[in-house]
Design a protein around this ligand. Structure first.
Ligand code: SF4
Ligand code: SF4
Length: 157
């Protein structure tokens, strides 16, 4: 209980993810810490071969509440005009962001519902494109879009 590594579950560090996010953020403050983390990630990937990105689905479109970005330990959220996306290689699958989203827009890749499958490729393409363009990741919460409350109601939240 609470080991944070659930072998065979399709992801790792499912438990206590907020605590993990905080400790990982501290770890990343040093280069040595980041190298250790990457080595650790690499070892876990070999053990489970299941690390995958999380996906922001189109439920985010028109909301952009941005609650999700402040818990991400590796700053892998990027901003479009009307939604966020997650960079597919930078996400370490910690799950910390999932519970933060008021409209439950974020899923582990393996759990993305059928209606949002196209969003997987969209996140990958846009996440890489935006990062490669030199735009910084979004790490601070900002005001949601003016349409956010209406969109939230429309989505049933
Ligand atoms: S919290 Fe949800 S709606 Fe807000 S930006 Fe993140 S994914 Fe989008
Ligand atoms: S985007 Fe990935 S690394 Fe960032 S909080 Fe979500 S699951 Fe964790």
């Amino acid at each position: 209980m609470g080991t944070g590594n659930e072998a065979g579950s399709g992801r790792f560090l499912n438990t206590n993810s907020r605590e993990f996010a905080r400790s990982t953020k501290m770890c990343l403050q040093s280069g040595a810490g980041r190298r250790r983390l990457l080595r650790s990630r690499s070892n876990l990937a070999i053990e489970s071969a299941t690390i995958m990105a999380h996906i922001v689905t189109s439920k985010c479109v028109g909301c952009k509440f941005t609650d999700c970005v402040e818990v991400c330990p590796v700053a892998c959220f990027y901003e479009l005009d009307n939604q966020l996306v997650i960079h597919p290689e930078d996400c370490i699958d910690c799950t910390a962001c999932v519970a933060e989203c008021p409209v439950e827009a974020i899923y582990a890749e393996a759990d993305v519902p059928g209606e949002f499958q196209a969003n997987i490729e969209f996140n990958a393409t846009e996440g890489r494109r935006i990062k490669d363009s030199g735009q910084e990741a979004i790490v601070k919460k900002k005001d949601p879009l003016p349409t956010a409350e209406a969109r939230k109601t429309e989505l049933g939240y």
